[in-house]
Write a protein that binds this ligand. Structure first.
Ligand SMILES: CC(C)(COP(=O)(O)OP(=O)(O)OC[C@H]1O[C@@H](n2cnc3c(N)ncnc32)[C@H](O)[C@@H]1OP(=O)(O)O)[C@@H](O)C(=O)NCCC(=O)NCCS
Length: 211
């Protein structure tokens, strides 16, 4: 499904199943490898691992998988989200801090270096915010590298809050070693309860949207 078409010819598409991903998965894997091999992440993924990551997200209920595509199948960017409950490590880190069943996790974002600085990154964030079910989810959450980079500024500009909570992520690095790096959680309110009291039927009463 085409979400939008930019004047520069790049299309933002939403894919919803591993079958729909078939024409793009090799190009997605190349982009994923390139983007996360750079500082501050320095991660090494094999193409099969990157493709398996995409397949896993696409098999997660309520996923939002957006690809920025140039030409027929060239993936120049991606933005992926899933419910926080579907990621046990995220759910564990956020317990007591955010309402985990009502939090949506923006899991992956990347734009090829050659396509950066043209609004694609913020578009891939904004479009996912639009597509989240605002009746069910009150918060969005994500992790950025604790080593300050441009993504932190981008999320601050988009009204995300730095919640001052850090976590360690284990990954294989480009030098072949497995090590941990620090990530910072950021979150954003999508809708909020009108009062601390529940409504007649006990359900939260959302109003307004943060996106
Ligand atoms: C973060 C990332 C997705 C941004 O992609 P992008 O397409 O360049 O993003 P945008 O063009 O929408 O720019 C978003 C903001 O980034 C900042 N930015 C963009 N280009 C920049 C540059 N050359 N120098 C400094 N800041 C820059 C600006 O704050 C910009 O907002 P503005 O356009 O309102 O000024 C991209 O740099 C990337 O893939 N980085 C590596 C992977 C990563 O860090 N992912 C995020 C993990 S959570």
């Amino acid at each position: 499904m085409i979400v939008l078409e930019r004047p520069d010819g790049i299309r933002i598409i939403r894919i919803s199943s591993p079958e729909e991903a078939l024409p793009y998965k090799a190009s997605f894997a190349g982009a994923y490898q390139d983007i996360f091999s750079e500082p501050p992440y320095n991660e090494r993924y094999f193409p099969s691992e990157a493709q398996a990551i995409l397949r896993r997200y696409l098999s997660t209920p309520e996923n939002i998988c957006l690809l920025a595509v140039r030409g027929r199948t060239k993936v120049v960017g991606f933005g992926i989200g899933v419910p926080a409950m579907s990621k046990p490590d995220i759910a564990r880190d956020l317990r007591g801090l955010l309402p985990v069943p009502h939090s949506y996790y923006l899991a992956e974002l990347g734009v090829l270096e050659s396509a950066r600085g043209q609004g694609l990154g913020s578009m891939l964030v904004g479009q996912r915010l639009e597509l989240i079910d605002h009746q069910k989810y009150t918060h969005v959450v994500l992790r950025v590298s604790a080593v300050r980079n441009r993504s932190y500024d981008m999320y601050m500009d988009m009204d995300f809050d730095d919640i001052g909570v850090y976590t360690e992520v284990h990954s294989r690095r480009t030098d072949g070693r497995v090590s941990t790096d620090r990530r910072l959680f950021m979150s954003k309110l999508l809708s909020r309860r009108k009062s601390a009291l529940p409504t007649d039927d006990g359900s939260p009463e959302p109003f307004g949207t943060g996106s």
